[in-house]
Ligand binder design. Structure first.
Ligand code: SF4
Length: 239
């Protein structure tokens, strides 16, 4: 399977947890704010040296809460990922970061009890944040909502991340998504950052919609807190 590498001990990939993080290449979305677009486009990727990685995981497993798989979109390589997780599970609990638009393969991993924690984003409005044509984005949003229900059916703990763009009314989308969540979750708000701090896929889009105002972030934070949801704000996310 194609990877861009791994990090044996990371404190920044899952809120409040220590992870062994593996980045897998390829993605079905084209988010304009994406800072991992080279991984998403498989640039600089290489075949995972599976035995070497498992050996390193084994020697670090006492230090970590999760083996965290991210990307890119890990479920693009779900068959290979399934085989890898079968070898990982005896060593560590598994956390999967997915855009939640490839749901049948996800169900396959869950059915085999290969995932213990999920992280996903509410990318809203999807017509803007998915970076795809309107029809495709709306269809994928429907699949995303179904994905939230699947995670709830399996009662998996969920880190619900919300990239906060500038100048879009995202609350109706967030509230729609939350109606499909019925599992233990918290929210991490990620105000979108652009240049000079990061190198997003689409500079022009980011010049219009990155760096939201404080009030835009607070509005979402306050609404979520009024619903009794635990909210964290991450000021310098560079996904
Ligand atoms: S932000 Fe995530 S889902 Fe979007 S293109 Fe980048 S890797 Fe894919």
């Amino acid at each position: 399977m194609l990877t861009s590498g791994w990090k044996a001990v990371s404190m920044v990939d899952v809120h409040g947890k220590v992870t062994f993080t593996l980045w897998l290449c390829g993605c079905n979305l084209k988010c304009p704010f994406c800072h991992n677009w080279r991984i998403a486009e498989r640039r600089g990727c290489f075949e995972l040296p599976r035995d070497a990685m498992l050996e390193e995981l084994s020697s670090h497993s006492f230090l970590i809460d999760y083996f965290h798989v991210t990307g890119g979109e890990p479920l693009m390589q779900w068959r290979e990922l399934k085989g890898l997780l079968e070898d990982v599970k005896p060593l560590a609990d598994v956390s999967l970061n997915t855009n939640l638009t490839i749901v049948r393969p996800l169900e396959e991993l869950l059915r085999f009890d290969l995932v213990d924690h999920i992280a996903t984003d509410i990318k809203a409005p999807p017509q803007e944040l998915y970076g795809l044509p309107k029809n495709a984005s709306e269809k994928l949003w429907g699949i995303f909502l179904r994905g939230l229900e699947v995670i709830s059916e399996y009662d998996l703990p969920l880190e619900l991340r919300i990239p906060v763009p500038k100048k879009f009314d995202v609350l109706p989308w967030i509230e729609e998504a939350l109606r499909h969540v019925n599992t233990n979750f918290y929210v991490v708000l990620n105000p979108l950052v652009g240049k000079p701090l990061t190198n997003p896929r689409d500079d022009h889009w980011c010049s219009q919609h990155c760096w939201p105002d404080e009030e835009e972030v607070s509005k979402i934070e306050n609404r979520l807190k009024s619903l009794g949801i635990k909210v964290f704000i991450n000021r310098w996310v560079t996904e």
